[in-house]
Design a protein around this ligand. Structure first.
Ligand code: 9MR
Length: 337
């Protein structure tokens, strides 16, 4: 009897210890989503960042190295090294790899040309998909097939693929991608598409609904969520938007999250930032079709934010010394509840 009591006491404390000490990525998994970060090549070789990635990430993506200009800077050279290294790192650490991005209007190589004919452009598109997706079949779990295809008013962005091929470039890319790797999850990724009622969010939804109804392979929508702590976002509108994707059988990825604050008056905005982060993690935990939550970087030491929005920063969950901020601990506490 006494032995039994000791056993149950020991069991109780072990369970307690395990759940208290649970790392971020497992806490996220328990809430139904993969947690991840966008990284640079250096991050997967630096012991300080490796530790964070191992603790926090079950999905990983390159911030830039998979983009056309980095991967294939000229027609005859493919730079696979960095991507192979990421795949190896992810395999070792039991993480999913995401590809960002097959097609985009930015960071294209000089030989990608608006003066291609439709046939030439389709051929280049197919070659790009075929070369990448057959190489990484079974190794890369999901792809941003097209990134940022809309203007703010919801009209289609006149990118090189739209100009050369026409509006059907998106479905052609999705079909080809599915043909090459039928198991890979295929996403369309956007920014300012989180709130139902925003022209871009509605345009994205209408596009995805139409694709789905016509049997074009599409698994998910990325909401980048590059947010600003000075702005108030409607939780209701975000939930309604995600719900209508759930009704279509479409997954949602919070794909590039950061919440910037003015550097000058940083302290004053920290609680607003925390509320936005907590709201997003709560939504991700509660809504079944939110499948991943990826921050656009690891720490404030390296983030695109201060370059693009001068005077703002502090947008991520780790500070410049790679220390988790109070907001990180608050999120973790909520995820463990
Ligand atoms: O964070 C990326 C930055 O280092 C690059 O210079 C920039 C090039 O335009 O792209 C940034 O990442 C973008 C992502 O690929 C797509 N969504 C917006 C991101 C921030 O601009």
């Amino acid at each position: 009897m006494k032995n039994q009591i000791h056993f149950f006491i020991a069991l109780f404390f072990t369970v307690l210890l395990c759940s208290c000490g649970k790392s971020f990525k497992y806490a996220a998994k328990d809430n139904g989503f993969y947690s991840g970060m966008a990284v640079t090549v250096g991050d997967i070789f630096n012991p300080e960042t490796i530790k964070i990635l191992q603790n926090d990430c079950s999905i990983i993506v390159y911030e830039n190295s998979m983009k056309w200009a980095n991967l294939r800077p000229n027609k005859n050279f493919w730079n696979w090294n960095d991507i192979d290294s990421l795949v190896e790192f992810a395999e070792k650490n039991n993480m999913r790899v995401k590809w960002h991005t097959l097609f985009w209007h930015q960071q294209n190589s000089p030989f990608v040309s608006s003066s291609w004919t439709r046939e030439q452009a389709i051929q280049m598109m197919n070659e790009h998909i075929e070369t990448i997706m057959s190489r990484y079949k079974g190794k890369i779990a999901e792809y941003d097939v097209v990134n940022e295809m809309f203007n703010e008013d919801g009209s289609m962005r006149q990118n090189i693929w739209y100009k050369t091929i026409g509006a059907d470039y998106i479905e052609l890319a999705l079909k080809k991608a599915h043909q090459v790797d039928p198991d890979a999850k295929l996403l369309l990724n956007e920014f300012n598409n989180e709130e139902k009622g925003h022209p871009k969010a509605d345009a994205m939804y209408n596009l995805v609904k139409n694709l789905k109804e016509r049997g074009i392979p599409i698994d998910g929508v990325g909401m980048q969520l590059h947010l600003d702590a000075r702005i108030s976002y409607s939780e209701d509108a975000i939930r309604q938007n995600i719900q209508r994707y759930e009704d279509l059988g479409i997954a949602v990825s919070f794909s590039e999250v950061d919440v910037r604050i003015p550097i000058e008056n940083s302290k004053a905005y920290e609680s607003a930032q925390e509320n936005i982060y907590l709201m997003l993690y709560k939504i991700a935990s509660e809504m079944p079709n939110v499948t991943s939550f990826i921050t656009w970087g690891i720490s404030d030491k390296h983030s695109w934010v201060p370059y693009t929005f001068p005077g703002t920063g502090n947008a991520l969950l780790y500070d410049e010394d790679f220390k988790p901020k109070p907001v990180y601990n608050e999120i973790l506490k909520e995820l463990k509840k």
